[in-house]
Design a protein around this ligand. Structure first.
Ligand code: MSP
Length: 502
């Protein structure tokens, strides 16, 4: 059994959960579910980033202590993941003791190994980003609230790992994906790498993990947060759980946090002498298409509200289908709606209704007894089996949109097959056991069953409804199932994808 350890970024607890957070978490969930189905042993981690200046400021504004503030705000993330059918195995908060204790242990160990030093530094500091920036970065104009600050701080000797990092990226083509992101990091590493300031004096910021060897300071929020990927699984060199799961199979991140993950995090691991994660995957951004929204048009909809209105499954489907992993994608209600209507309501949903209604009406709601399968039946069953294999490969290559297209292609082919055979006409001739209509519907219900299963990780609850219409339940391995036997009773219900009419 292989193991599969997948992580999402830790979301800033202050933020209102939005489509960007939902996308990464759903992506991780879909991959975790597919891998469980492959028979892998899966650990799926998400959580919240709860220290730092923004949290301190927000809690001051509300006149509550920061801990009560984060305890209150974290619930929004926990609730939304439950609502979106996220099957995470763990949820880590950076304010938990299991995390803060380990952060201190790591800091002590690095201090003792001489990987950290105290120095006075004068430089430009971006208050909004909570970090020192270079002159060049300041000139590029992407940072707000820039101040000149001169203070004593602790620094991690990041620069010393520059060539080792470059070498690792060059020697491991899957380490940073997609490839263009690896090139970006290598481009960044052409400049000399600075050491990383990893402390903040308490005079400026109190809400953080105290530096264990100097009570005047707290830890820089990124240095604290990145460690979650090992603290959640109980990091210590001889810990059984840690050794079972580490190294991570994938750190899923957005492209904006590529440097922190591929430079800060990786050099931290190098200094700790811990094995490196297998892969960091940076996805693109969802952009809101400039769509006119107006109350009179009735299209004032925020992405997460789609889940309430049209179901969690369709939202998950849309996000997985419309973003080519690694590239940016644009969201608009009309793109959601046309994707929903054409793929889910028409190609898939109508098919489910058509096949089940014909069987209910004409075959006593039981899977018909087929005769000898003809070429058209053999062909569509072959396509179905081949698609299973191809979907598996696409998932292993993180090409989820391709996997979905392969699946939809089977539904479209099945629709064509039905038009060709026209069982509604065949039935008028005969609906005896072994008749052409029985053969056609036996084939159709099975193609539908095997192919719908492949979508289970993407829309678990909607596919459960479809399976229950077919009298079936989702097996553990969705890639290798037997045909539904003749005479098996179907269930009730109709397609869970009614057309959206605007
Ligand atoms: N707290 C840090 C991560 C620490 S990881 C140890 C952080 N949090 S965040 O809440 O601001 O962002 C989390 C993720 O959301 C990032 O991966 C970011 O790329 C993603 N997104 C934010 N807006 C997005 C879109 N519009 N589209 C897709 N993802 C985007 O950064």
């Amino acid at each position: 059994m292989s193991k599969f350890y997948i992580t999402t970024p830790l979301y800033y607890v202050n933020d209102e959960p939005h489509i960007g957070h939902a996308y990464t978490t759903i992506l991780a969930d879909v991959l975790a579910r597919y891998h469980r189905s492959f028979g892998d042993d899966v650990y799926f981690l998400t959580g919240t980033d709860e220290h730092g200046q923004k949290v301190q400021q927000a809690s001051e504004k509300r006149n509550v202590d920061p801990k009560s503030h984060v305890d209150e705000f974290v619930i929004r993330f926990k609730n939304i993941w439950e609502k979106l059918h996220i099957s995470n195995d763990d949820f880590i908060r950076t304010t938990e003791k299991r995390h803060t204790d380990k952060v201190k242990e790591v800091l002590n160990a690095l201090w003792e190994k001489d990987e950290i030093y105290l120095a006075e530094y004068e430089g430009l500091y971006s208050v909004s980003e909570e970090r020192f920036i270079t002159e060049k970065e300041a000139e590029e104009g992407n940072f707000r609230e820039i101040k000149k600050i001169k203070e004593k701080n602790y620094f991690f000797k990041m620069s010393k790992y520059q060539s080792k990092l470059i070498e690792h990226i060059q020697n491991n083509p899957d380490f940073i994906l997609p490839k263009k992101r690896a090139n970006e990091v290598l481009g960044f590493l052409k400049q000399p790498l600075n050491d990383l300031c990893i402390s903040r004096p308490k005079s400026r910021l109190e809400w953080g993990v105290e530096i264990p060897f100097d009570a005047e300071y707290v830890t820089y929020v990124w240095f604290d947060a990145l460690l979650n990927y090992i603290t959640a699984i109980g990091y210590s060199a001889d810990d059984e759980k840690f050794n079972k799961w580490w190294p991570a199979s994938y750190h899923l991140i957005g492209k904006d946090i590529l440097t922190t993950h591929s430079v800060y995090w990786i050099t931290m691991l190098m200094a700790m002498e811990i094995e490196l994660p297998k892969s960091i995957f940076a996805h693109g951004w969802w952009l809101m298409e400039d769509e006119k929204m107006s109350k009179s048009l009735g299209n004032v909809i925020r992405p997460l509200e789609l889940a309430d209105k049209y179901g969690v499954g369709p939202l998950r489907y849309f996000l997985m289908r419309d973003m080519v992993l690694g590239q940016d994608a644009s969201y608009s209600f009309s793109s959601f709606m046309s994707r929903y209507n054409s793929d889910l309501a028409n190609d898939f949903g109508n098919l489910v209704n058509r096949v089940t209604i014909l069987i209910r009406k004409n075959f006593d709601a039981k899977v018909p007894i087929p005769g000898v399968l003809g070429n058209a039946e053999e062909d569509i069953l072959k396509l179905t089996n081949e698609t299973s294999e191809k979907v598996k490969s696409a998932i292993l290559e993180l090409k989820i949109h391709d996997a979905i297209e392969l699946i939809m292609n089977v539904f479209r082919s099945l629709n064509k097959y039905l038009e060709l055979r026209a069982p509604w006409k065949q039935i008028k001739e005969s609906k005896e056991d072994g008749s052409p209509s029985a053969t056609c519907l036996f084939t159709s219900v099975n193609v539908l069953f095997k192919t719908a299963l492949l979508l289970h990780p993407i829309m678990p609850s909607k596919i459960d409804s479809v399976l229950s219409m077919l009298g079936q339940k989702c097996p553990k391995n969705i890639f290798d199932v037997d045909l539904i036997k003749e005479n098996t009773p179907l269930g009730d219900g109709k397609s869970p994808f009614p057309r959206i009419e605007v």
